[in-house]
Ligand binder design. Structure first.
Ligand SMILES: NC(=O)c1ccc[n+]([C@@H]2O[C@H](COP(=O)([O-])OP(=O)(O)OC[C@H]3O[C@@H](n4cnc5c(N)ncnc54)[C@H](O)[C@@H]3O)[C@@H](O)[C@H]2O)c1
Length: 251
């Protein structure tokens, strides 16, 4: 039997990341549940271990170079060489362009783009050495443009170019890189958006569902299922792709 694969899922203390971490663990991987919120990462780890899986809570800020280096070193030491990476950590700092601060622009770029870059750079040597790797980056339907999200949509479009270049550079080492672009998924992020808009979540949900082909909003498990496929050994000929998981065609 081959050694257990080790995955790092960022922003995995809740929402989509927690869903992906649990799914990869049930697929048989040892999973590093990496998040700023280390205490809540531990809750996810406890759920995984209670279900018979292997996981480690790692507190780290993906936008900080030293924090990422220390986190990857810890994972390699405690779980083994990380050859699966899901760059999921994310924040929103929505505002119309004329009101957007430089801090809100930089914070969003820092977590999504700088974070994904730092994690990919810190883990690629393990993947190249093992001649196997799977990188999945979280983009969004907002990459196509979304009012009030000039920072976030630019970051999520950036994730797509980043993914395609990783695929080109790392393919010959057995490493694939793909992006998932979710539509509207029920998480604390989208609950917070509803609250900020002064709309009850149920009304928001109904409005979004009525404009979605499958007539519902998404759940973290919908994204976890796609991540599971892209991280599987059998998906080695799928690389540089952006999969819209949004309940309908593209966005
Ligand atoms: N929810 C949606 O509808 C939706 C749609 C498209 C894309 N996405 C993307 O999916 C990903 C997950 O979204 P979610 O809805 O689960 O969000 P969420 O806000 O529920 O969870 C994000 C997690 O990322 C962590 N995080 C934030 N900054 C971090 C940092 N600097 N270092 C480490 N961890 C950090 C947070 O602590 C949190 O646990 C994000 O990249 C988001 O942009 C979400």
């Amino acid at each position: 039997m081959s050694a257990q694969r080790v995955a790092i899922v960022t922003g995995a203390a809740r929402g989509i990341g927690a869903g992906v971490a649990k799914r990869l663990a049930s697929d048989g991987m040892a999973v590093a549940v990496l998040d700023l919120d280390a205490a809540h990462s531990q809750v996810v780890v406890d759920e995984i271990t209670a279900a018979g899986g292997t996981a480690l809570a790692v507190g780290a800020d993906v936008s900080d170079e030293a924090s990422v280096a220390a986190a990857v070193e810890l994972v390699a030491e405690q779980l083994g060489a990380p050859t699966v990476l899901v760059n999921n950590a994310g924040i929103i700092r929505d505002n119309m362009l004329f009101k957007m601060s430089v801090d809100d622009w930089d914070a969003v770029m820092g977590v999504h783009l700088r974070g994904a870059f730092l994690l990919a750079r810190a883990t690629q040597s393990f993947m190249v050495k093992e001649k196997f790797g799977r990188i999945v980056n979280l983009s969004s339907t907002s990459a196509q443009g979304n009012r009030g999200q000039v920072n976030y949509s630019a970051a999520k479009a950036g994730m797509q170019g980043f993914t395609k270049t990783l695929a080109l550079e790392l393919g010959k080492f057995g490493v694939t890189a793909n992006a998932i672009a979710p539509g509207f998924i029920e998480t604390e992020m989208t609950h917070a958006t509803a609250e900020r808009m002064g709309v009850a979540f149920e009304d928001f949900e109904k409005a979004v569902a009525s404009q979605t082909a499958v007539n519902r909003i998404g759940q973290p498990e919908d994204i976890a299922h796609t991540a599971s496929y892209l991280c599987s050994a059998g998906a080695g000929f799928v690389s540089g792709q952006v999969i819209y998981v949004s309940g309908g065609p593209a966005d």
